[in-house]
Design a protein around this ligand. Structure first.
Ligand SMILES: [Zn+2]
Length: 95
């Protein structure tokens, strides 16, 4: 395990008691071009990515299991909306 002071990417804050519950959909392969704009630190078992493509954006959640990983994604939002949700996710206001 990497010591915390070597982490370069953000970690999620603790979920607040009244946090917004995001809807997570099972990932299915699409052919849209997606760029990962921001991501959380991979030292945690769950990694989140802010993805943009085709003028829309969404958050991807990757749960790293021992021999596999589970991928879920949110709705496609406008980029401004997705960035607001991303900020809320990092601060614990959404999960
Ligand atoms: Zn870390």
């Amino acid at each position: 395990m990497i010591p915390p002071d070597e982490c370069l990417s953000p970690h999620l804050g603790v979920a607040q008691r009244d946090h917004v519950r995001l809807v997570w959909w099972r990932f299915y392969q699409t052919f849209e071009r997606v760029r990962v704009m921001e991501w959380t630190c991979a030292c945690r078992s769950t990694v989140y990515e802010l993805c943009e493509g085709g003028g829309r954006a969404f958050i991807r959640r990757i749960v790293q299991l021992e021999n596999d990983h589970q991928v879920h994604e949110t709705h496609r939002w406008s980029i401004a909306e997705a960035r607001a949700n991303w900020t809320n996710l990092l601060s614990g206001k959404a999960r």
